[in-house]
Design a protein around this ligand. Structure first.
Ligand code: NDP
Length: 268
């Protein structure tokens, strides 16, 4: 799948923006959805550095783009760009789905993530160790707290974890080390996997029945999931999250039921 620089991107209807972006399966998945829906839309992957997001959005809107998904590291900047963010985006300061027609913004990672948890059987009020304090971690922390999970946040830059908890106004514990003691779910919401790295979880303290969940996806186990598997844990990558958050974006933009099976098939 081609990756474009925003200044030289061709006309299209939708896109995923990020930096890095070459790993994204979103174009493949969204194109499969349009085919299943029988509609002629196009969806591209476009590299946009964080400092250029506003300029890039203006340019893409001028070219006729109707909406964009945002990934690493643009979700905070996307929430700040929105003219009319929905209530959840206002509360968490993170948006992954923008309408360039209206200036509206939503966050489909949060509910998409909860969609994926239901079949995994990890129910509130279980404890979740959430690793990271970027755009996705902010959305997940708020969504998990809203539905009654106990959240423990660890980030390598502690001040960002503190800022996350205080600005969201949630009850979460701020951990001084990535300690999974008592957690039923350990979520890697850092971007470490994209660089072949992993947060240094103290796996020997993990519950044997706990689940390790990496938001990142790829053909192989990420270093985080590999370490978890070696520690005897069940592991899940972010592929189903990709599908569920993408489905919610499609429904919002196109006011239709997203063809989830076709989307799953495209990225399997
Ligand atoms: P951000 O850039 O907003 O945040 C990155 C976070 O990762 C920060 O907390 C940063 O810590 C931390 N981090 C980066 N590198 C390392 C490292 N080597 N070791 C430990 N921590 C590190 O990213 P997003 O929140 O947008 O995305 C996070 C991840 O989630 C990405 O891999 C993304 O692809 C994935 N994702 C996947 C989705 C899917 O559909 N499957 C949906 C949403 C996200 P610090 O503050 O110290 O810099």
């Amino acid at each position: 799948m081609s990756v474009y620089e925003w200044r030289s991107a061709p006309r299209a209807d939708f896109a995923v923006l990020g930096d890095p972006i070459a790993h994204s399966l979103s174009p493949k998945m969204h194109q499969a959805a349009y085919k299943a829906l029988g509609i002629a839309k196009t969806y591209l992957a476009i590299r946009v550095p964080q400092s250029e997001l506003s300029e890039a959005l203006e340019h893409l809107s001028f070219l006729g783009y109707r909406g964009v998904n945002l990934t690493v590291p643009l979700k905070g900047a996307g929430a700040a760009w929105a003219v009319t963010p929905d209530e959840f985006v206002r509360r968490c300061g993170s948006a992954n789905t923008l309408s360039l027609d209206t200036g509206n913004a939503i966050n489909t990672d949060a509910l998409g993530f909860l969609d994926t948890l239901r079949p995994l059987g990890v129910k509130p009020p279980s404890t979740v160790l959430l690793l990271g304090a970027g755009g996705s971690a902010r959305a997940l922390a708020l969504a998990l707290d809203d539905v009654g999970y106990r959240v423990r946040v660890f980030n390598r830059t502690r001040e960002r974890a503190e800022a996350l908890v205080s600005s969201l106004g949630i009850e979460a514990e701020i951990a001084s080390e990535p300690d999974p003691t008592g957690a039923a779910l350990i979520v890697n919401a850092t971007s470490a996997s994209l660089h072949g790295e992993a947060p240094a979880v103290i796996w020997q303290r993990a519950e044997k029945r706990a689940l390790a969940y990496d938001l990142a996806y790829g053909p192989e186990l990420s270093p985080f999931l590999l370490q978890a598997a070696l520690a005897g844990m069940k592991v899940v990558n972010g592929l189903e999250l990709l599908v569920m958050q993408g489905a919610r974006s499609i429904s919002w933009w196109l006011d239709c039921q997203a063809p989830i099976e076709a989307m799953r098939e495209a990225v399997r």
